[in-house]
Design a protein around this ligand. Sequence first.
Ligand code: C2O
Ligand code: CU
Length: 489
Amino acid sequence: AVAMLASTGGALAGCALVPGSVTPVAETEFTNELAIPPLAPSKVVDGTRVFSLTAQEGVTEFRPGVETRTWGFDGSHLGPTLRAERGERVAVEVANDLDEPTSVHWHGMHLPAAMDGGPHQEVDPGATWRPTWEIDQPAATLWYHPHPHGATEQHVYRGLAGLFLLDDDASRTADLPSTYGVDDVPVIVQDKVLDDDGQLELKDDGGEPGTLGDVVMTNGTVGAYQEVTTERVRLRLLNGSTARTYQLGFADREMDLVATDGGLLDAPVPIDDIRLAPGERAEVVVTMSQGETTRLRSVEADLGSVAAPFAMGANDAFDVLELRAADELAPSPKPAWGASEHATADALHEADASVTRTFELDEKRINGRSMDMGRIDEVAELGSTEVWEVHSTVPMPHSFHVHDVQFEVLSIDGDAPPPELTGRKDTVYLESGRDYRLLMRFDDYADPDMPYMYHCHMLMHEDAGMMGQLVVVGPGQEAGAPPSHGQRT
Ligand code: C2O
Ligand code: CU
């Protein structure tokens, strides 16, 4: 570490940041069939679609013959894919069979703060929590994961995460591959460190940006391949890692980027690769020829203005997932739709913004403060449109996430965002030193006593306190006081 600090010269002078050590991603054979998380069963009771999820311990064989202790929902690692329609009312019975409190947060979901599954909705061991809400946002690839204060990194890293897919008329009528697990394939990308005994290791030396694993897996499968039987395949990419940023693409072809965090783009965009920081999603459509094989890989990421030591890991290049095309491929349409088909009634307009807030992120704090469960940091009025100016003041990136809303990136250093940041987002990679202006509106749900979180999604940072609390108040309401501890059920 000393040599690395020295080699960056002035960039880090006077700065307490320490880059972590990292082992390069190990070469692997792509000989294991990609695990597809099962679609979660549900039953409709009195008009509500009810799911259940149980957080539990288990054992997973990431490597043949090596038993790794892991956590999962309804299984030993990761969780089933929840799926619902816009307009449906859903409920999830969340049970905790672990020995410690956890929570389940619906990342990217627009819903009341008390249903959000953040640190104020911890579920005690043996308890069940049953949030319910109406799906009221465009089709998108969302996800769920624990959010217990100070322990999110551990819980996610051990394996607690899954997808939550939303459908609507636009997504169903768009020309997109849509047979789950066949030509519409979930790809949860995560990296891990397995110790000499094959157990998950999380570094706790504070090295930045956190644990960068030398084992990269997709849906929990190391060295995975997916058989492709159609001309086009849609990959729903989620960076579910605790710290690593990926730049995902193929060496030998472009992809059509069709959706980002909040749903479909106005039109598909051809791209070579896409940068995904922890928490971000992208849907891409890949075109295949009969009988060929190609690999999704992470290329050297364009980290922008990040000091070299903190780019470690993110600037490795390695393969992630192999696609193997069958000798005969069923035809599939080229993704296409007109912008007008997706013109949302809930468009955001900068001219409507009545509030501008500024967020400065240093190594562990936002605006100089650490997360305090009992403190409300920001109060927004129901229905108000706001501009958030967000900035990383340190020579390393962050991954900025806001609960409840899907925002628009207005500009980066005054310039229009690149095509992959033109759709709705709930998480955005913050290049060091750049000014990000985000536009959002707080609709539908006010609760003066229960906050939503905004935080860095690099989970070591989040747990270290890089998080703040926002309440949305209705007309004439004043912000109340949240409990200074989790409201356990
Ligand atoms: Cu995906 Cu507050 O988190
Ligand atoms: Cu961060």
